[in-house]
Design a protein around this ligand. Structure first.
Ligand SMILES: [Zn+2]
Length: 179
């Protein structure tokens, strides 16, 4: 079974996944966490409220190494899945879905409001979708729909603190690099 946790940056997805991890562990479920391997980041899934858990790192191509033995687990929690590209990740999830509980946290759209291909590929596979909300950081009134880039270059995947804010449809503006 697959539950997708969707929402703009900072809407509480990672915090919810960390809570879920601890709950499953308390219930004696065999639970593990996964995140994409990104050079700039650690092997922790961390939330803005300061909590973190250790995760298995998987290449963004979605190639699963033999060292990561999913047979040992019933529940697999995956965060930042929008970084996974290509079909290997989707095949892996399709196989796991047969007999495991999978929770996937991700952004649905990129900084230009385009849906990630991985999100579109997951949609037919999922059983539940939970949408997380957060208020627009520009008008501070409406709920945010998008993660909007405010700094950096124009590659689709850019990791860094303070590069993004969350914006509603009315406040959102496409990013143009200044440097
Ligand atoms: Zn707004």
């Amino acid at each position: 079974m697959i539950t997708l946790h969707i929402g703009p940056m900072g809407s509480g997805k990672s915090a919810a996944l960390i809570n879920l991890y601890h709950l499953k562990a308390l219930q004696k479920h065999r639970v593990t966490a996964v995140k994409p391997y990104l050079k700039e980041e650690s092997n922790e899934i961390s939330s803005r409220n300061g909590q973190s858990i250790i995760a298995n790192l998987i290449p963004t191509t979605g190639e699963i190494t033999t060292e990561f033995d999913t047979d040992k687990f019933d529940t697999i929690i995956i965060d930042e899945a929008h970084f996974f590209t290509g079909n290997d990740f989707i095949h892996w999830i399709t196989n796991l879905k047969q007999n495991k509980n999978i929770h996937i946290g991700m952004l649905d759209t990129d900084y230009m409001t385009e849906q990630f291909e991985t999100y579109k590929a997951l949609l037919p596979l999922i059983d539940h979708e939970i949408y997380y909300k957060r208020r627009c950081q520009i008008c501070n009134n409406k709920m945010a729909d998008y993660t909007m880039r405010t700094k950096g270059g124009n590659s689709r995947f850019e990791v860094g603190k303070n590069l993004y804010i969350c914006a509603c449809k009315d406040c959102y503006k496409p990013f143009t690099p200044t440097e």
